[in-house]
Design a protein around this ligand. Structure first.
Ligand code: ADP
Ligand code: MG
Length: 272
């Protein structure tokens, strides 16, 4: 559905994304992980159109979209959320989403945009807060608003930049469930996330970035077991925890005891 071909983005000579080639397949959830500064948000901006690459090509459904503006990509069905949420604080939640619906050019009238907005607010669990102002929301609700604004354009490809950051474990669970539902309704999803359990649970494949380069792209289990990934990203402590956990499970399986739930390893714990 989407291909990055040898994409590089430099800021003042320093590469944020370097020679990145990756495909997002129709219908999948592709997770993206990597340490802070790895180039994850830059990659989303290159796909959404907020940034143009220094070199390389971005293709969507076979078409070269490298130089298209964000609203043109939105019309083609590409929607994104922002890591730093930026609602229009003068508008209420519903109006924020209506703007989102109009941005993609899919709504033919304001009434249709409003209808679409009400449907997505219901879907992300914000219907009751529709009249609050953009700056009156909690962290979790701001993330929901970001999702609603992106969904309002009827995307075929949804790009999510850390929509679970700052959420409680319960809210993370709800967000994971919502992403699954959206994906099952036919939307292809690219999701950047630090919460390891969430990303491994929701992704069909995971792409790992390090210093702007791809160091792994595989099924979640394979990525988590990849020595390059463990070294670059997850840290030695995580590697030790994982080895201990595997040994414990192996011992329990041998003794017939039930499997314990997976630990809630977050990215930061992995690095600590
Ligand atoms: P991530 O999302 O993986 O944490 P980013 O894509 O935000 O990483 O950043 C990758 C690198 O590019 C970082 O070194 C960051 O400082 C730099 N960078 C990102 N955006 C800009 C920008 N607009 N101008 C200059 N440097 C930037
Ligand atoms: Mg980022």
């Amino acid at each position: 559905m989407l291909e990055l071909e040898h994409v590089t983005k430099r800021f003042g000579g320093l590469p944020a994304v370097e020679d990145l080639s990756v495909s997002v397949r129709t219908g999948e959830v592709l997770g993206v992980i990597g340490p802070n500064g790895a180039g994850k948000s830059t990659a989303i901006s290159l796909i959404g159109g907020a940034l143009a690459p220094t070199a390389g090509t971005v293709r969507f459904q076979g078409r070269d979209i490298t130089r298209l503006a964000p609203h043109q990509r939105a019309q083609l069905g590409i929607a994104r959320t922002f890591q730093i949420t930026q609602p229009f604080t003068q508008l209420d939640i519903r109006e924020n989403v209506i703007v989102g619906a109009l941005f993609g050019g899919h709504a033919r009238s304001r009434a249709q945009a409003a209808q679409r907005a009400d449907a997505v607010l219901e879907r992300v669990g914000l219907a009751r807060k529709a009249r609050l102002a953009g700056d009156e929301l909690t962290v979790a609700d701001r993330k929901r608003l970001e999702m609603a604004r992106a969904l309002a354009i009827h995307p075929q490809l949804l790009l999510l930049d850390e929509v679970m950051a700052g959420l409680t474990p319960r809210e993370v669970g709800e967000a994971v469930e919502l992403i699954r539902e959206i994906n099952q309704s036919g939307v292809t999803v690219l999701v950047i996330e630090h919460v390891m359990r969430a990303i491994t649970g929701v992704s069909d494949r995971i792409l790992v970035l390090h210093h702007g380069r791809k160091i792994a792209e595989d099924a979640p289990d394979a990525v988590l077991a990849d020595p390059k990934v463990i070294e670059a990203y997850l840290g030695e402590r995580y590697a030790r925890q994982r080895a201990a956990e595997q040994a414990r499970r192996a011992a329990e399986t041998a003794s017939g005891a039930p499997k314990p739930p997976a630990p809630d390893d977050t990215w930061k714990e992995g690095l600590a």
